[in-house]
Write a protein that binds this ligand. Structure first.
Ligand SMILES: Cc1cc2nc3c(=O)[nH]c(=O)nc-3n(C[C@H](O)[C@H](O)[C@H](O)COP(=O)(O)OP(=O)(O)OC[C@H]3O[C@@H](n4cnc5c(N)ncnc54)[C@H](O)[C@@H]3O)c2cc1C
Length: 559
């Protein structure tokens, strides 16, 4: 058993045997075959905090301790005994290690470099399961207990603070948070670093670097998120976007031996990453949070050797004979033999401060059978004046007691098909509310009340309504393509059979064969997930498309 130091011991949310497993002798032998056995002296530092591409250790004899350096002092984190192993997720990513790992006693360890560790987890399924589970759970514990190399000093009133917390959280990076609104003593610390009020939020990165209201890119740079990545290599496939579609493509492509680089503007997980609970994804009957799904998918992609560059969004796609160059934010262009575009779309959102509190728990962007069951016999609101809003209202009226269709214009004639307007008029449960907009959402864990304003009468009403369907459209993230691939009327990317002969002629399609399914008007460039015209705007569909595209990538690379 690991003797876990406090505070980890007292608060481990998963069983210590899973977080700190002890390997069996046969398993240790398989590890030893990939590394070298070496002696360690008491006090010898095996990994220093901040080290990149750190090795991995299995303890044969003696004890190895893990501490978090904090100025001149150290906080104990964990203690490993014979049969146990060091490491957490940073080791797979090749990122800087968050803690110091040191021999507590003289003993013997097996040392493995990152490359051989990756080989081991790709080929030995039993060890892979043990290591991956422990690495993920250890990272979860580090996050939960705010062990890490980052301190954020911020205020609940500053949007910058929220952004930084979200960015670190969605990238799975542990941090400590000091709330300046409630922690008066922090002023001394700020004075010490000469931080003025308008520099807030402040981030202290890796103990000493002080960043004032940093951009996400500055944070990624300071924490070395992209350091282990070779940007100059020609890749078999570059995937643009690390939402569910891009991560699925990365897992399939890397596991099938392709050299994969993923470019992501913000953090892995995409829109799904912001969902508090996804209940309709296959294999998760109790639901799964978007963040957890994203972390698992990201780790899975890394396990197979895919690399992911954070805060390096694609800015342009250039074709150069048989390969592509993707220009990125602050960096040299990335070269690719094939490209998968998985940049998703952004739902138009209601301009309400507490909207995110109710997304998934009263505010929805899709009206499917699942959502319709949630509001059976209740009153609901559909927001929007287009066809998707009309269809949602008709569909929801089958189960709901009443459907308020709220839209800002005077009438629907300019934005909705006539047949739908007629259908809406025929259904007595549907109430049309023109020139109206929602002004407030109220509730606790779930939406309970909605306030709206009738702009013509200049009156406000508050209703006990628990379900709002926002059907105001989605904007595809295709601006960066600058018309380089054929788009449909709404700006989504056309692929495969949706590309007309005219599309292919104007794109100078150079091949005798027609585009494959999911292939765009540029050969060897695919589009998957929400950004693709006609896509289902569903997690499972995005994941499915990401994996299907990889089958075609193999074909085009052999052309
Ligand atoms: C709140 C919410 C809840 C949802 N709940 C469900 C649900 O319960 N079930 C379900 O089936 N679906 C749900 N959906 C829909 C589902 O999340 C999407 O269909 C899915 O995320 C689409 O995946 P994607 O990879 O195509 O795109 P996205 O998830 O949008 O990911 C695209 C990624 O590309 C990145 N990106 C954008 N531009 C660039 C660029 N130029 N360079 C690099 N990267 C870029 C973005 O930062 C993002 O990470 C929900 C959506 C939302 C918003």
């Amino acid at each position: 058993m690991t003797d876990v130091y406090p505070p980890l011991k007292s608060t481990l949310s998963s069983g210590a045997a899973l977080v700190f497993p002890t390997l069996k002798p046969a398993q240790i032998e398989r590890v030893a075959a990939q590394g070298r056995v070496r002696q360690v002296r008491p006090g010898e530092v095996l990994i220093e905090a901040g080290e990149k591409n750190a090795p991995f250790f299995v303890i044969k004899t003696g004890q190895v301790e893990v501490v978090q350096p904090s100025g001149a002092t150290e906080k104990p984190v964990a203690l490993f005994l014979p049969g146990q192993f060091t490491g957490e997720i940073s080791i797979l990513f090749g990122r800087r290690i968050l803690v110091r790992v040191r021999a507590k006693e003289a003993g013997e360890v097996i040392e493995i470099d990152r490359e051989h560790l990756l080989k081991l987890v790709q080929t030995d399924s039993e060890l892979s399961e043990i290591f991956m589970r422990a690495f993920i759970l250890r990272r979860v514990e580090l996050i939960a207990q705010e062990f890490g190399d980052v301190v954020v000093l911020g205020s609940g009133h500053s949007p910058g603070t929220l952004r930084i917390k979200e960015f670190l959280g969605r990238n799975g990076h542990p941090y400590s948070y000091i709330d300046l609104d409630s922690d008066a003593g922090t002023q001394d610390l700020l004075d010490h670093f000469h931080v003025a009020v308008n520099d807030v939020p402040v981030m202290i990165c890796r103990g000493d670097v002080v960043l004032r209201n940093p951009t996400n890119e500055q944070i990624a740079e300071c924490l070395g998120f992209n350091e282990a990545i070779d940007q100059t290599r020609l890749r078999d496939v570059v995937i643009v976007g690390a939402g569910p579609a891009g991560l699925a493509a990365a897992v399939y492509a890397a596991s099938e031996g392709l050299d994969v680089l993923v470019l992501e503007t913000n953090a892995p997980g995409g829109q799904a990453g912001s969902s508090s609970k996804i209940e309709n994804y296959l294999g998760f009957p109790a639901g799964i949070s978007g963040q957890e799904l994203a972390t698992r998918a990201y780790t899975q992609a890394q396990k197979f050797g895919a690399q992911l560059m954070i805060t390096k969004g694609a800015k342009a796609l250039k074709r150069d004979r048989n390969q592509y160059a993707i220009e990125i934010d602050h960096g040299s262009p990335v070269q690719a033999r094939s490209v998968i575009i998985a940049v998703g779309a952004q739902y138009r959102k209601l301009p309400l401060e507490n909207l995110s509190q109710f997304e998934g728990s009263g505010v929805y962007y899709a009206a499917t059978f699942v959502e319709s069951q949630l509001c059976a016999g209740e009153e609901v609101i559909v927001v929007g004046g287009g066809n998707s809003a009309g269809q949602a209202a008709v569909f929801l009226a089958q189960n709901a007691n009443r459907v308020h269709l709220i839209f800002r214009s005077d009438e629907l004639a300019n934005s909705m098909s006539r047949y739908l307007i007629r259908r809406l008029a025929e259904i007595s449960a549907i109430v049309l509310r023109p020139r109206t907009e929602i002004t407030a959402l109220e509730g606790g864990d779930h939406l309970e009340r909605v306030r709206w304003r009738d702009n013509q009468a200049d009156t406000f009403e508050t209703h006990d309504i628990r379900h709002v369907f926002v059907m105001t459209g989605a904007i595809p993230n295709t601006q960066w393509l600058d018309g380089g691939v054929a788009l449909d009327a709404n700006g989504f990317i056309k692929t495969g059979p949706d590309l007309s002969p005219e599309d292919l002629t104007s794109a100078h399609w150079p091949l005798a064969r027609p585009p494959h399914l999911l292939e765009t008007s540029l050969p060897r460039v695919f589009a998957v997930g929400d950004v693709r015209g006609g896509s289902m705007k569903r997690l499972a569909a995005a994941v499915g498309e990401g994996s299907i595209a990889v089958a075609f990538v193999h074909q085009v690379l052999h052309e």
